[in-house]
Ligand binder design. Structure first.
Ligand code: ZN
Length: 151
C-alpha cells in the first residue's frame, strides 16, 4: 500500500510541476470562474463544447498545490467526454476525497484519497471540478476575438 501511496503522491507532484491544459482558451464557448476563499484558491475553466462533447478544456488560476493539481488532472479526464460523463467522474472523485475509499482499479483520481483526512482541503480538491461543471451548465459565449465568426 505504501508503494501505491507514493505513486499517487507522484501524480499530484507531477501535475503541480507540469500542469496540463493550463492557460486561457481563446476559442472557448463556455467559461466559469470559481474560488475557495478559505484557502485563497482561484480557478477559471475554459472549454469548447462541440455538440455535446468537450472538444477542448483548459484551466487557469492560482492557489495551493491540491487545487492546482486537481484542476490539471480534471482537464485531462474531461477532455473528449460529455457533460454527463463529467458529472459521473466528479461524483466518483467526490466520493474518493470525502471518504478516502478508492476504486479497485488504479485511477489517478485516487491520488487525492488522502484529502479526506483534511476536511478543509476537500474544497481545494473539488474547486476545479465545480468550476468545470458550472462552465458546462453556463450559457454559450462568443469566442474571443481572433477566433473568427464576426458578430
Ligand atoms: Zn487550497
Amino acid at each position: 500500500m505504501s508503494d501505491l501511496t507514493e505513486l499517487y503522491q507522484q501524480v499530484i507532484l507531477d501535475h503541480n510541476r507540469r500542469p496540463r491544459n493550463r492557460g486561457r482558451l481563446p476559442v472557448a464557448n463556455r467559461v466559469a470562474h470559481g474560488d475557495n476563499p478559505t484557502c485563497g484558491d482561484q480557478c477559471s475553466v475554459f472549454l469548447r463544447l462541440d455538440g455535446d462533447r468537450i472538444a477542448e478544456i483548459t484551466f487557469d488560476g492560482q492557489g495551493c498545490a491540491i487545487s492546482q493539481a486537481s484542476a490539471s488532472l480534471m482537464t485531462t479526464l474531461l477532455k473528449g467526454g460529455t457533460a454527463p460523463e463529467a458529472k459521473e467522474l466528479y461524483d466518483q472523485f467526490h466520493r474518493i476525497v470525502t471518504t478516502g475509499e478508492t476504486p479497485d482499479e488504479i485511477s489517478d483520481l485516487a491520488a487525492f484519497a488522502g484529502v479526506h483526512a483534511f476536511p478543509a482541503r476537500i474544497k481545494c480538491a473539488t474547486l476545479g471540478w465545480h468550476t468545470a461543471l458550472e462552465a458546462l451548465r453556463s450559457p454559450p459565449i462568443t469566442p474571443a476575438a481572433g477566433a473568427g465568426g464576426g458578430a
